[in-house]
Design a binder for this molecule. Structure first.
Ligand code: ARG
Length: 415
């Protein structure tokens, strides 16, 4: 007979119970192999269990970021943005993305949803992590994001008509082409479908929020994706595009910047998750002009940045379903948790912000029962911080302990 899987336990002073919205004292999390088998609070350690004692630290479920791009990082742009764009291929992404995956995991994010990567580099990265070849968070990936010609997913918008890139991107116009593109993405390993419902900031179209697909096209994305059992995430800044995406039946709206009252109502009716990448604005305004991004991009950011935070606050007050999505990759990987402080500044309690990045995120990803809680049957994905994240949510920027699937990835907690 095979030996039973080794049992280990993690002990700390406190555990953030994200399901109940409470903090419990003196937790002992018992783990067999990859999974949690028991969480007890009576101080008793079962015989034959090795205890990892984190002293006065606070334990939380591994954090989840529902919107990242692990295939790029702004620190790659050393000089000029255009130069970097023209010299870069997906080989560069493939070489660098394991570094970004490791940074993300070390920051306490044990699960991420990667929403957009050319050439299916994200699929290769996810597979390498799943095989255990390289360290990294659990990943759900979209492959190339769908979008209209000349829109936010079209990499040569604003370039000379003579310039074409030979990568596999997600540009697709019209219902038939869209259905084909969704099928291609599923065929090549996408877990989720991402599309551009509106214009964007870091792309060369004049608008930042105008719809870029017709209602019929958005309906086709969702209908086709759902038929293949894949959820849909829509990039949308503008009020109209947000409502069109919600009506089409998307599972989450990303950015959500200019959502209006009607949009908030619709999201509630449809049970649509809203993700607001509310930290991004600080980094873009501080860094992107220096990197040679066109002035028009920085001007577009100024149109949405503050408004997005105000609308985030409205969404919190309205009791919308909200998950944590940062768009990391626009800002440096590993800085994901900086968004928590912005979320609490704009209306969430620390508990709500943590729930957005755990139990709610897991629900959006369809991973309830696997990740997002510290409970029996869940993967042993745990993080710990020395300070009290319910008093000061910025403590989450200093995660000292990371366990993924029962394996300790990092332990720098001082006892
Ligand atoms: N990827 C997004 C875009 O280019 C980033 C938007 C960032 N701005 C913001 N305020 N969240 O549209």
């Amino acid at each position: 007979d095979a030996a039973p899987p080794a049992r280990v336990a993690v002990r700390a002073a406190h555990l953030v119970d994200v399901k109940d919205g409470t903090v419990r004292d003196n937790p002992l999390v018992i783990i067999e192999g990859e999974r949690i088998t028991e969480v007890r609070y009576d101080g008793q350690v079962p015989a034959g269990v090795n205890v990892i004692d984190l002293g006065s630290a606070t334990l939380l479920p591994g954090l989840i970021d529902c919107h990242v791009h692990l295939t790029g990082d702004p620190t790659e742009v050393k000089g000029d943005y255009y130069e970097a764009m023209l010299k870069r291929s997906s080989f560069d992404s493939a070489i660098l993305s394991p570094t970004y995956a490791k940074r993300t995991l070390d920051a306490g994010f044990t699960t991420v949803r990667n929403l957009g990567a050319d050439d299916f580099v994200d699929v290769a990265l996810r597979n390498a992590i799943d095989r255990g070849d390289i360290p990294g968070p659990r990943m759900l990936v979209s492959g190339p994001p769908l979008g209209a010609t000349g829109g936010h997913a079209d990499g040569t918008t604003g370039f000379s008509p003579w310039i074409t890139f030979h990568d596999i991107d997600g540009v697709a116009d019209g219902v038939d082409a869209i259905r084909h593109r969704v099928r291609e993405n599923v065929k090549h390993g996408a877990d989720v479908i991402k599309f551009m419902a509106s214009a964007g900031v870091l792309s060369m179209e004049a608008s930042v929020g105008a719809p870029q697909y017709s209602q019929e096209e958005m309906n086709a994305v969702v209908d086709e994706a759902h038929r293949w059992g894949k959820k849909v995430a829509a990039h949308a800044h503008g009020a109209e595009a947000i409502k069109m995406a919600i009506r089409a039946g998307v599972d989450s709206v990303e950015h959500s910047s200019m959502i209006d009252e009607e949009g908030l109502k619709l999201a509630k009716q449809h049970g649509t998750y809203l993700d607001f990448d509310v930290y991004n604005d600080d980094y873009i305004l501080a860094e992107y002009a220096k990197k040679g991004f066109p002035a028009s991009t920085v001007e577009k950011e100024k149109l949405v940045g503050r408004l997005q935070r105000e609308n985030f606050q409205r969404a919190v007050k309205a009791g919308e379903k909200m998950a944590f999505g940062t768009d990391a990759g626009v800002y440096p990987h590993g800085w994901n948790a900086k968004q928590f402080a912005v979320m609490t500044k704009w209306g969430m309690t620390p508990m709500q912000a943590v729930q957005a990045a755990t139990v709610n995120a897991a629900d959006l990803l369809g991973m309830t029962g696997k990740v997002g809680q510290v409970a029996p049957g869940y993967y042993a994905d745990l993080v710990a911080v020395s300070g009290d994240p319910m008093k000061d949510v910025a403590q989450l920027e200093h995660v000292g302990f990371v366990m993924k699937g029962g394996a300790v990835e990092k332990n720098e907690i001082k006892r």
